[in-house]
Design a binder for this molecule. Sequence first.
Ligand code: HEM
Length: 483
Amino acid sequence: MAWVSAFIVISILLAFLLNSWLSKMNIKKLPPGPKGFPIIGTIHLLKKLVHRDLHHLSQLYGPIMHMKLGLKSTIIVSSSHAAELFLKAHDPVFAGRPVRLTFNQLSYHQKNIAFAQYGPYWRNMRKICILQLFTTLKMNSFTSMRREEVGLLIDHLQEAAKMHGVVDLSSQISSFIADVICRMVFGRKFVEEEFKASIHEATLLVGAPDLGDFIPFISMLDLQGLGRRAKGVTKVFDGFLDMIIKQHLESNDENRTKGCFLDVLLDSKIDHSSIKGVIMDLIIGGVDSSRTTIDWALSELIKHPHTMKKVQKELENVVGLGKMVEESDLRELKYLEMVIKETFRMHPPIPLIPRKCIEDCIVNGYHIPKNSEVLINEWAIGRDPCVWFDPLTFFPERFANRKMDTRGKDFQLHPFGYGCRNCPGMQLGLVLVQLVVAQLVHWFDLELPNGISPSELDMTEQFGLTCTRAHNLRVILVRRAPN
Ligand code: HEM
């Protein structure tokens, strides 16, 4: 009998050990995903429009997917429920940012906010940004400047409308946003072509995927030449920023109380390379995402004349034909708000929000290893059929009975990100987008050149950190307001 008891005890012990070994194996289970090749991993599965390729793959492998991109372990998050698990339940764990070679170069080696690693430096810079630059008081202090700039834009476009020529609206909007942001940051705008061209080049570089980021041992070769280009742009910016900082430091106190962001940063006594890093953030981050949203909103309105008419009708009722739209009118423009939400859903300006896991973590039963890169696929989340009825159709009315906020409270729609790393420029971004779209469609009918019908408007995307139109939006402007 003794050996029977011994057998039972040993069996129980073995079962216990086996169970704990299995559960340990289970804990280490990575999310499902495509298998790759040595060194390149699954990079070959991604083509030009990476957000779309990842969306297709997530339909095969699920909303939490693991891929090896080169040598980098990457987790792709493609549903609102999964995003909530990463960004809400484990916010600080996924608050890191992946290191990218070109960002590193452009951000004074991560001395900015957007690509600084999670930690005391980032916390301090972000605190300065939130408490001193993006306060409601500060934003309101620039209202008259924004009114003046938008007035100049409309005047310029009125002249263009008289000529009945084709206007490159994307360029005009880009230039307008750059002027507004430069006036907030430096207290003046820049007409120097070299400076404007550098902003454009920097936004292109920030978005260009660099092979060296994924296969670090080839990074020294700079095969795509992105490193060289980033160095060139940084040199131009650096020269400008040094000159502007010098001018601000040399100007007397009376002139320095104008309250532009640069003066606030200089008064905060942070070192000059940190100031330059933050300024790069504000210019590159602010210009590109706002411009991209405006471009897509106008494109969708042109493509949907019935929706355009409804927006114009609302503007006529709230503002009145022939009058400028004021920022104070925006809260009354409920239909326009729905149009902007629908634009964010279908065309999130940052389609893949980049984060990094700063410690080993378990999400939904999957092991997420420390240092994994995490991409929140906003583009896929906006097309999730479990959340959105008829997700491929542009239909702003879907928000009529849906109390949904774009400021990061709802997990179905968070174009500005979520949690401790969300966008500090959200309020400014929203005002700029709503104001410019409202103003343009209030003053003009937008017609397509060469007899192109609205349904034929080219909506091809170009992937980058922001997902822009592949081709600038070109239109003929027809004045609506009475003379
Ligand atoms: C429509 C306009 C905009 C959109 C859609 C947008 C979107 C975003 C998104 C998705 C993020 C990443 C958030 C996350 O990781 O959770 C972000 C970060 C950031 N944005 Fe924006 N943004 C806009 C306008 C602006 C403007 C106008 C500025 C400043 C002038 C700005 C400055 C920043 C900065 C500094 C960060 C980095 C925050 C951090 O890492 O702590 N953005 N933005």
